[in-house]
Design a protein around this ligand. Structure first.
Ligand code: ZN
Ligand code: ZN
Length: 339
């Protein structure tokens, strides 16, 4: 099979011909139809996340079809078993230990033994990939492969960030929520938040008029440069851009009792800020990965919104070009590789 391979961080991906992997018991082999690109892929390629398996096939927003299951699993008729032919999505969280206190609480996103797709196990920048059957999710009908792929990280982690943010607030309606960075995750979550009746205020890279226009086209109530004051005090702010300086800016934009949620896996250092910016019960929260509950809930919710993703398709072999375009913000929405 063809795959794009990272041999060492800091170097471009290389097109390689690899054997089609064979599923072990508990795994499925997925024929990849589309695989989304994520800022985390850039962090892996750049070496900001420093524990990749090498050589590595990146990619953790896989939409595809199960073509084989590993032999020898006692539960071949187990509930939830993914039969060949099932359309599935494979997300970032690729597996967890299943027995630690985090896993026992349904917080497998915090498991210290967790493994991540396209980081510690080969992912979807390829024609086929393997997935743990417990961490592959049946995809909703009515959203094509290309459009559904970005839901598997941008959508899921955005959803988790939004859900955890709401859990800190005393009410769930009549909310003004700021989104810092209006890329793949924000463009999905904007639709979800509006569906819930929230007002979304987009904060974009200074001078990025196309991103501001894109946010307004998706129903954002306002779109301004990050760093400028919000049009009204915010109940919450979600930071999607990996820029630590946005944290104090967002804390100043939220009202008393408000919350600032960092939704990314990596961020530049946060500059020092006066305690007064955190005072009055403002909170700062980070959101890590996703749980299976997030995946099941969000893949049920997305078609009911309905979420419509804006995607830019690239052939698999042009993965490096797609990564460069993502790095430089050359498109709105999400990039997707097609084998
Ligand atoms: Zn991701
Ligand atoms: Zn665990």
């Amino acid at each position: 099979m063809r795959a794009m391979v990272l041999e060492r961080p800091g170097s471009p991906l290389r097109l390689a011909e690899l054997p089609v992997p064979q599923p072990a018991p508990g795994q499925v082999l997925v024929r990849v139809a589309a695989c989304g690109l994520c800022r985390t892929d850039l962090h892996i390629v750049d070496g900001d996340l420093d524990q990749p398996r090498l050589p590595l096939v990146p990619g953790h927003q896989v939409a595809g079809t199960v073509v084989a299951r590993g032999e020898g699993m006692a539960g071949s008729a187990a509930p939830g078993a993914l039969a060949p032919g099932t359309r599935v999505g494979v997300p970032w969280l690729g597996g967890s230990c299943g027995c630690c206190r985090f896993c026992a609480d349904g917080r497998e996103n915090l498991c210290t033994e967790a493994v991540y797709t396209g980081y510690q196990r080969d992912g979807g920048f390829a024609e086929y990939c393997l997935a743990d059957e417990r961490y592959a999710f049946a995809l909703p009908d009515g959203i094509a492969d290309l459009q559904v792929a970005p839901l598997l990280c941008a959508g899921l982690i955005g959803y988790r960030a939004w859900r955890l943010t709401l859990a800190t607030l005393p009410r769930q309606t009549d909310l003004d929520i700021g989104f810092y960075g209006f890329g793949a995750a924000a463009h999905i979550l904007c639709q979800v938040a509006r569906h819930a009746g929230h007002r979304v205020h987009a904060f974009v890279r200074p001078g990025d008029a196309p991103a501001a226009a894109f946010a307004l086209s998706l129903g954002a109530a306002s779109a301004t440069d990050a760093g400028s004051p919000p049009p009204c005090p915010l109940d919450a702010a979600l930071i999607f851009a990996p820029v630590g300086a946005l944290v104090p800016a967002a804390l100043r934009a939220v009202d008393r009792g408000g919350v600032v949620t960092c939704a990314g896996i990596h961020m530049s250092d946060i500059p020092a800020f006066p305690y007064a910016d955190l005072w009055h019960e403002r909170r700062l929260l980070s959101v890590a990965n996703l749980t299976r509950r997030d995946a099941v809930e969000f893949l049920d919710l997305a078609p009911r919104v309905p979420v419509r993703t804006t995607v830019h398709a690239y052939p698999l072999t042009r993965a490096n070009e797609a990564l460069a375009d993502l790095r430089h913000g050359r498109f709105e929405g999400a990039a997707v590789l097609v084998p």
